[in-house]
Write a protein that binds this ligand. Structure first.
Ligand code: TYD
Ligand code: MG
Length: 476
């Protein structure tokens, strides 16, 4: 029998195409996912092309193509890379249910600085619910805002595309990627329910393409579970230009006044850095950016610090924040000691405690024994710390916890600790010292740096962890 020429095989899990049927997909590793499909069907929607593909010399491309639309929310613009959302780009906002994705999206719709139309597509909520939220956010106070936001309650791609082509918005907001579905995608997909990975990828791809062709920008939300690793949004990450994740502190935090903090971090950013972090609080009127973040992660106390507490001056993007690092050591319950640390990578905690144990032979005595201890580490305010400059403060907190000797209450600390026990320079030390001084930290323990930086007031410099501990506690 003559082989039909226009047939290919397509993986229903990841979309990989193969000329021959395979039992296992080489792309995603799934078994029995290849289904026969005709080339014309595969090409019809996903790969629609307008005539022949054209190339352009680099010099002929207009650099203004990438102008930005300000989201009207400073904290968000900063994470996005300065002045807002790049036109023709797409942003994915992921986070657990209830963290504030829909609220942020509606606030962007209201605040975005553009004369064009804004389309808010919700497959999650009814129009009435959206109106209630808008009223709660106080958007109804501004008539022009209420009028320029167009609402579509649907997850159907074909409906959304019809509306897009009709009203030609400059900003398209989709809540959420998981509620998108298309009649066309079901041809290829093993399942045709909204939320299926194929449906989500197919529809998102179509919308991403639409904004590229029409000089608009797209923001999509996606649910992520506590484990953070849900296959759905992860598969969208490589399709979009920017991925932002919402994180939340635990509301039972010991911190006064900062009960409900939300952190927005970029995990991928084609048009900016991934260092910046946006800090918001969720209040009665939605999310408000926190501008004065310097002292947000400190616990207000009178007098002495308890043992096990150190104040770190860490850099989050372009800002310095002061964070109270808390450590607790108790004799290990099992034969193997363990590290319990959510907010600082536990690998880092193990490494610092090993360096501390190895390099602290004070006054001829053996070093500090930590390897027989279970270590608990926390950062006040529930902020996750990834910056390397936290290491010296972490070491000091561990030392203080193990020895029961409290650190001075007016001491701020920054520095990277190497495996050899040396303290390495950190970025922007003078800025850290300045922020610490402005918040009443009279002394600062940091790495040895060059002349210009060492002029900073109150800065004490230590070359290694042993001399740092000597400096703090005044040992000879
Ligand atoms: P929501 O944006 O619906 O979260 P998501 O879309 O990520 O699932 O946010 C919901 C939470 O925020 C909900 O618990 C109610 C709370 N909230 C406020 O505290 N204040 C407000 O003004 C709004 C609109 C919501
Ligand atoms: Mg929502």
């Amino acid at each position: 029998m003559k082989k039909q020429k226009n047939l290919i095989y397509k993986c229903s899990s990841c979309g990989k195409e193969e000329p021959k049927w395979l039992g296992r997909c080489p792309e995603c590793g799934e078994w029995n996912t290849f289904a026969e499909t005709s080339i014309s069907a595969a090409n019809s929607v996903m790969y629609k092309k307008k005539g022949l593909p054209q190339t352009l010399p680099l010099a002929a491309i207009d650099p203004m193509e990438g102008s930005r639309i300000s989201s009207g929310i400073g904290e968000l613009d900063r994470i996005l890379g300065g002045n807002g959302i790049m036109k023709r780009s797409s942003v994915l906002i992921g986070g657990e249910p209830g963290i504030g994705k829909s609220t942020l999206l509606l606030q962007i719709a209201a605040a975005a600085v553009t004369k064009g139309r804004i389309l808010y597509v919700s497959g999650e909520e009814s129009a009435g619910q959206l109106r209630l939220r808008a009223d709660r956010l106080g958007l109804n106070a501004d008539k022009s805002v209420m009028e320029r936001i167009e609402i579509l309650c649907s997850g159907n791609l074909e409906e959304i595309e019809t509306v897009l082509n009709n009203i030609k918005p400059v900003l398209v907001l989709i809540d959420s990627a998981q509620t998108l579905f298309s009649d066309n995608a079901s041809m290829h997909a093993s399942n045709s329910v909204p939320g299926g990975i194929n449906q989500m990828k197919f529809c998102s791809f179509e919308l991403i393409s639409w904004v590229k062709e029409h000089d608009a920008a797209l923001i999509l939300t996606a649910h992520v579970t506590k484990e953070g690793l849900i296959s759905g949004p992860k598969t969208l990450e490589h399709m979009v230009d920017t991925v932002l994740y919402f994180e939340q502190n635990d509301k039972t935090s010991s911190l006064s006044g900062t009960a409900d903090c939300r952190f927005l971090r970029a995990s991928k950013n084609r048009f900016g850095s991934t260092d910046e972090i946006g800090i918001f609080t969720m209040g009665e009127k939605g999310l408000s950016p926190v501008e004065d973040t310097g002292s947000m992660f400190l616990v207000r106390r009178e007098g002495e610090l308890p043992p096990g507490v150190a104040i770190a001056a860490v850099l989050e993007g372009s800002r310095t924040i002061m964070v109270e690092i808390q450590a607790l050591c108790i004799p290990a319950k099992g034969t193997i000691s363990r590290v319990f640390s959510d907010k600082i990578d536990s690998g880092r905690v193990s490494r610092i405690s090993a360096a501390l144990e190895k390099h602290l032979g004070l006054q001829g005595k053996p070093g500090l024994r930590l390897s027989d201890q279970d270590l608990y580490i926390n950062a006040a305010g529930g902020i996750r710390i990834t910056e390397v400059g936290v290491e010296l403060a972490l070491a000091c907190a561990l030392y203080s916890a193990r020895t029961g000797l409290a650190l001075p209450a007016d001491l701020a600390i920054a520095g990277e600790l190497s495996l050899t026990g040396e303290i390495r320079p950190v970025r922007r030390l003078p800025a850290r010292v300045k922020t610490a001084a402005s918040l009443g930290f009279n002394s600062f323990l940091g790495p040895v740096t060059d002349q210009s930086e060492s002029n900073s007031s109150g800065l004490r410099q230590a070359g290694n962890i042993k001399s740092a501990i000597k400096m703090i506690y005044g040992y000879n």
